[in-house]
Design a protein around this ligand. Sequence first.
Ligand SMILES: [Fe+2]
Length: 298
Amino acid sequence: MKINRPSSGCIGAEILEMDVVSVTETQVNTIKQLVYDHKLVVFRNQNINEDQYLEFARKIGTPQIYPQDNYHHPDYPEIFVSSNVPKDGKKFGVRGTGRYWHTDCAFLAEPLPLTMLYPQVIPSSIRETYYIDMQQVYKKLPSNLRSHVEGKYLKHEAKWRYKVQEWDIDKAIIDIMNDFENKFPPVKHPAIITHPETHEKILYMNQGFTTGIVGLSYENSQELLQELFSFIERDDNIHTHVWKDGDILLWENRTLNHKASLLPEGDKSVSYRIGIYDGLPFYVSSEGVKKQLKMPTR
Ligand SMILES: [Fe+2]
């Protein structure tokens, strides 16, 4: 196992000369520490099947079964399929997923700590996924923007990203959205979270799912959120992973926002994602948030 670490302040460690099929317990501990330290880890030159992929994920933690089953691989419910290519003549997974800044499952009360991604068909045009290190963004945040979020809770919800399904035909949009909201009600998380392992502070918000600042009016919230997103999504905050055949990526959703690239019409893409719970709480409260807890939040 050969490890290339990024330069200081950058994300992404590279693991070479390691077959994920025969990974040892010591190597798994090293991999987890690499993810906590460098947020994004790429395993190069892998060639594994679904069983082996799942077995590798189980060594890292507990695979998630995504709460919407239309995303599931038909034979492996733990594998979330992002695909625009049918399998055996049938729709396979969901196309066009995650093409906006987000962290996986931020809209759940217990978000997803780790994500593993193994492309099966890499598009021929754009072979990229984008990341923003929200721990670094928190460090760089100017004091006027920091004052908008310090000690605050943010509202996260997924209804605006819901993809209409076959069974929604003939339903009114408002009923579709209300049904979805009943299943996945909005949640609140502290705007600034503390990492359970590194104890670093992280700005936890994203354009895709973060829809409000608790305690502020809708108009005020939207204005401040857009100011924050403009700062977060600046080009100099964006890290681009350029996919090579055989890459498997593992990243942490506590610290990274990510976004898939847009695909030109006709280009093919199939990716297998496995969400992984690492056995740690998603975040521990920071002092500012504890104070906020004593106050009414709405
Ligand atoms: Fe994602």
